[in-house]
Design a protein around this ligand. Structure first.
Ligand SMILES: Nc1ncnc2c1ncn2[C@@H]1O[C@H](COP(=O)(O)OP(=O)(O)O)[C@@H](O)[C@H]1O
Ligand SMILES: CCCC(=O)OP(=O)(O)O
Length: 376
């Protein structure tokens, strides 16, 4: 049982590396002291072979931003980095130990995403002042129920990558706004940004959702979404490579492949201005999001307390209205435009520093290892 200590304003530095920038935030308790978006030139990032090779470059820019804002590392109680590159693991706040650091550095799950620089940067800074480094609900968080894990092929099991950090924080905040705990609610929670997650949350566990880098779920600005397997096989037989097809699932599918841009705002404007190709892609994305919300509601068995929408695209009022029109019969739809990722990382560290939650230790083994074998 975790021991709750006297609440105090823990000072937490959080780091969220993305494809074009690294967002850094310093929090005193819940209060943000400063946040900064350190931009990275695409031509600079293109010089690095793998994501982890960018560490010295990103770290030096972050150090400069911290110095500019007068941040004394010795005054920080804990450092948090957005995680990635990990094998499927239950949600929570994880201490960055040698195994976690090694897996995020080499991308043990085969997905290359800038988020995996988070624990590396947090660890590098924390080591200088002897403080802990954490990862909170990384995208590799996988709490699928057994039925969602199973497929119809022996030895092929589902596992997911989602925007777990923002999904869970949105659900925690929405539950609080209802005067309830996340652990007492059932929600369908979506993150609708460059990538799109749609997930089913049952009493504090994300029991189902589509793998955003595994060819599942709705198409997104940068991702293919669900694909018919037979057509993918034909596509491969037609001479497209496995690596190219994987990239379509991870970062070059969706609007990028259909329209040549990952900018959803541009696509929505083009669609409104009468561009037929943009309208078809936009409408199909909205249709697929709604279909997935319905699937998650059924996975929860109904009794859904709310459908929650987060992510950059939720700034689009037309998108929110369309989802509410199609899915409002399931449960009330609430929009949380943008994201709470920095706040969520700080909150996850505070829960551990306060003793409200025990820090988790990354096992280095997929959560589904030992998943029931159906040979018997
Ligand atoms: N009003 C809007 N209408 C449509 N798309 C929008 C709007 N505002 C932002 N976006 C889109 O949201 C996406 C970014 O969302 P965000 O959640 O910040 O993504 P990520 O963190 O995955 O890069 C971009 O494609 C941007 O064009
Ligand atoms: C494993 C992908 C995690 C993630 O956050 O993706 P995007 O922000 O690029 O959608």
């Amino acid at each position: 049982m975790a021991q709750t200590t006297e609440p105090r304003a823990w000072r937490v530095l959080v780091i969220n590396p993305g494809s074009t920038s690294t967002k850094v935030g310093l929090f005193d308790g819940e209060k943000p002291v400063f946040t900064v978006n350190v931009a990275h030139e695409a031509s600079e990032l293109a010089k690095f072979a793998g994501v982890s090779d960018q560490l010295p470059y990103r770290l030096s820019l972050i150090e400069a931003a911290l110095a500019e804002n007068g941040v004394d590392l010795a005054s920080v109680d804990a450092f948090v980095g957005r995680g990635g590159g990990l094998l499927p693991l239950p949600g929570g706040t994880y201490e960055v130990d040698d195994v976690l650091l090694d897996h995020s550095t080499r991308g043990a799950n085969g997905v290359q995403h800038p988020a995996q620089l988070g624990p590396q940067i947090a660890h590098a800074l924390a080591a200088r002042c002897g403080r802990p480094a954490f990862v909170v609900n990384p995208p590799d968080t996988d709490e699928l129920c057994d039925e969602a894990r199973m497929t119809g092929v022996r030895g092929v099991y589902r596992h997911v990558h989602l925007h777990a950090l923002n999904l869970k924080e949105t659900a925690i905040r929405h539950a609080a706004s209802m005067g309830r705990a996340y652990e007492d609610c059932r929600f369908v929670v979506c993150h609708i940004g460059g990538g799109i997650s749609v997930s089913a949350h049952d009493h504090g566990k994300m029991v189902d959702g589509a793998d955003i880098v595994g060819g599942e779920g709705p198409m997104a600005p940068t991702r293919a979404g669900a694909l018919p397997v037979a057509e993918v096989l034909n596509y491969l037989e037609a001479g497209h490579g496995v690596a190219e097809t994987r990239r379509l699932c991870m970062k070059t599918g969706g609007f990028v492949d259909l329209l040549g841009t990952s900018d959803a705002l541009e696509v929505s404007r083009r669609a409104e201005a009468g561009d037929e190709a943009a309208r078809r892609a936009w409408d199909a994305m909205v249709y697929q999001i709604c279909k997935e919300i319905g699937a998650m509601a059924a996975a929860l068995g109904g009794g859904v307390d709310g459908i929650l929408l987060g992510g950059g695209m939720v700034h689009n009022e037309g998108l929110v209205a369309d989802i509410a029109e199609r899915c409002g019969w399931i449960a009330p739809v609430t929009a949380y435009p943008g994201e709470f990722e920095l706040e969520a990382m700080a909150a996850g560290a505070r829960r551990v520093l306060n003793g409200a939650e025990l820090p988790r230790h990354y096992s280095g083994k997929p959560v589904f290892e030992g998943f029931p074998c159906f040979d018997a």
